[in-house]
Design a protein around this ligand. Structure first.
Ligand code: SF4
Length: 219
């Protein structure tokens, strides 16, 4: 039996079969990748395909012996679906296509994904990037969120939608994309160094105090 997350496979409730979840940065997928996922699901007799909350497509119900073969055929990397790491970066279309967009959410999301997808941190960690205050990427319930406004990015921290939901608090505003990425770098460095194992960013902020946290990551 595979350990949870080994070979990018997640044991299912039946304790026999596995789901694999290819990484689709920001939920963007090409027609070829979509066909490939469908072909692999059929070839290995998957029980189901499921679009996940992280905007990925899970191939569910694979036999252990087929996991390696399925990945080989896919030619894609696993999404970070388990463990203490940056699990997902969710981004709305932003100014690329949305008529309400105020900032380029896909550009910032792509930069964050390239740098931080799967990055090891004290607890599970989610990022949301929304191109305007409508927050279609649910930035306020992410550990780290970005909200596009006319004058730049607002950064919010410490949100989650887990068993004890917490809304994120505003850390900074009117930032360029480069400045927003710099703030993200500082947050990750400080959290990695000082967070306790299993402590989500919101809990860490509650323990350290928001003002102290803000001072540490913005100074
Ligand atoms: S958050 Fe704003 S920019 Fe993004 S999809 Fe929603 S309405 Fe459009």
């Amino acid at each position: 039996m595979l350990k949870d997350g080994e070979k990018g496979a997640v044991l299912q409730r039946d304790k026999e079969t596995y789901a694999i979840v290819p990484h689709l940065p920001l939920g963007m997928i090409t027609p070829d990748q979509l066909r490939k996922i469908a072909d692999v699901a059929e070839k290995f007799d998957a029980a189901a395909l499921k679009i996940t909350s992280a905007a990925r497509i899970a191939i569910i119900g694979l036999r252990e012996g087929d996991v390696d073969l399925a990945w080989q055929e896919l030619g894609m990397d696993p999404g970070a679906a388990v463990g203490m790491c940056v699990r997902s970066i969710k981004a709305c279309p932003g100014t690329s296509v949305c008529r309400l967009g105020q900032q380029d959410a896909l550009e910032l999301g792509r930069d964050l994904d390239e740098k931080y997808h799967g990055y090891k941190v004290p607890s599970k960690f989610k990022i949301g990037v929304s191109g305007c205050p409508n927050q279609c990427a649910e930035s306020t319930i992410k550990d780290l969120g970005f909200i596009g406004r006319k004058n730049g990015w607002t950064v919010v921290v410490g949100g989650n939608a887990a068993s004890k939901p917490r809304l994120a608090e505003k850390l900074a505003s009117d930032l360029s994309t480069e400045q927003a990425l710099h703030v993200a770098d500082k947050i990750f460095a400080y959290y990695r160094e000082n967070g306790k194992k299993g402590e989500r960013l919101g809990k860490f902020i509650d323990r350290t105090g928001f003002d102290a946290f803000k001072y540490s990551v913005l100074s």
